[in-house]
Design a protein around this ligand. Structure first.
Ligand code: FAD
Ligand code: DHB
Length: 388
């Protein structure tokens, strides 16, 4: 087989890139290790920035998002039982959209099916070859047979555990990492959300987050230890741990129901540099991970795709490689600012350190955030998403 861009991974990064390229007449094939149903079963991100919304519109898959997504003009931060609101729209003119990653993925899959663009699900043993030459190849197994794709470029959109980044010789890549000693235990429940806007909660028992997917579907998280066993968390235990962390108004409004999904996500900061190796380009979680506290992971995957799609379009339409050559530096400049923000808000809101000095600094920083318009503005411009 031959294509212009071989894309590895059918998560949001791979599907979005595929759709944007297809609409510009650039041939691409997506290879995904899992089945489509498995990909759709993963409950992850829920909050998307304006830049991501614009890209989904450009990809022609934004209709349902605009119909069903919830527009949020502010975000709540609850400190030891007292609520504060950061008025995002008032401060920045921008809003956020609450619309699940599962729905985005479904819309992108439907868009790709309608365009009859090829995706190979259950592609096993995907491997990249000759990335430093002019004719890179991707090999894989599917339906019991071996296959090979010859292409111009490879886009590694295969997430943190994918093979793209791992295919690069160790000496060519530098990685930066911080692993936090905690995870998020999340549940999805068909009960009305406890707040109208997302609420980040700092409490002596640990962090919690009140989020949502719709007016009738809640997504809640509590900070947990990394060693936690999900089977040791029946729903009752989750609610017992979650409820006391809330403010009084939320506790009164909380409606408890059975979970329809429950999972634990570890918290990690990670960046691989550069994001290009010859004809292999990394995008999304394949190149970087943020702890989920700032809601930046999916949005960073989208901004990488913005830079990369423009670079491929410029290459094929204008025969210029300037944007391809600048891709890594441009993407990383935005990635590092989101890494900084995600690290900062994670350390600000979680019970991490036992040192009383660190605790006092957390409280002083939060007090400054609520008292100072400049501090609130700095928070807001990062939270709604920095410009591309
Ligand atoms: P992925 O979604 O990981 O997709 C990679 C794909 O590649 C997968 O489908 C995988 O199966 C496939 N793959 C892997 N290996 C191979 C292989 N060898 N061959 C072929 N295919 C392969 N982000 C936000 O912006 N906002 C939020 O509110 C938010 N909340 C989150 C909450 C939680 C609990 C978690 C865990 C994450 C959250 N994120 C959030 C982060 C966000 O979900 C990720 O950043 C996003 O999924 C990255 O997309 P991606 O396409 O780069 O990678
Ligand atoms: C979700 C919401 C957030 O604000 C966040 O930081 C992480 C995840 C969610 O709805 O899943």
């Amino acid at each position: 087989m031959r294509t212009q861009v071989a894309i590895i991974g059918a998560g949001p990064a791979g599907l979005l890139l595929g759709q944007l390229l297809h609409r510009r007449g650039i041939d691409n094939i997506i290879l995904e290790r899992q089945t489509a149903d498995y990909v759709l079963g993963r409950i992850r991100a829920g909050v998307i920035e304006q830049g991501t919304i614009d890209l989904l519109d450009e990809a022609g898959v934004g209709t349902r998002m605009h119909d069903e997504g919830l527009v949020h003009e502010g975000v709540l931060i609850c400190i030891d039982g007292v609520r504060h609101r950061i008025p995002l729209k008032e401060l920045t003119g921008k809003t956020l959209m609450v619309y699940g990653q599962t729905e985005i993925t479904k819309d992108l899959m439907d868009g790709r099916a309608a365009a009859a663009a090829p995706t190979v699900y259950s592609a096993h043993d995907v491997a990249v070859h000759d990335i430093s030459g002019n004719a890179p190849r991707v090999t894989y197994r599917a339906d019991g047979k071996s296959h090979e794709i010859v292409c111009d470029y490879i886009a590694g959109c295969d997430g943190f555990h994918g093979i793209s980044r791992k295919s690069v010789p160790a000496g060519a890549i530098t990685t930066y990492e911080r692993v936090y000693p905690l995870g998020w235990l999340g549940i999805l429940s068909d009960t009305p959300p406890v707040t109208d806007e997302s609420m980040y909660v700092r409490h002596p028992r640990g962090f919690a987050l009140c989020s949502m997917r719709s007016p009738t579907r809640s997504r809640y998280y509590v900070q947990c230890s990394l060693a936690e066993d999900i089977d040791a968390w029946p729903d009752e235990r989750f609610w017992e741990e979650f409820k006391p962390r809330l403010d009084e108004e939320s506790r009164e409004r909380l409606i408890i129901g059975p979970s329809i999904e429950k999972s634990i996500a570890p918290l990690r900061s990670f960046v691989a540099e550069p994001m290009r190796f010859g004809r292999l380009f990394l995008a999304g979680d394949a190149a970087h991970i943020v702890p989920p506290t700032g809601a930046k992971g999916l949005n960073l995957a989208a901004s990488d795709v913005w830079y990369l799609s423009r670079a491929f379009i410029e290459h094929y339409a204008e025969h210029s490689d300037a944007a391809l050559d600048h891709y890594s530096a441009r993407a990383l400049a935005r990635v590092w600012k989101a890494e900084r923000f995600s690290w900062w808000i994670t350390t600000l809101l979680h019970a991490i350190s036992e040192n009383p000095f660190d605790l006092k600094i957390q409280l002083a920083e939060l007090d400054h955030l609520f008292q100072s318009k400049a501090a609130a503005m700095a928070f807001a411009e990062n939270y709604v998403g920095l410009p591309y």
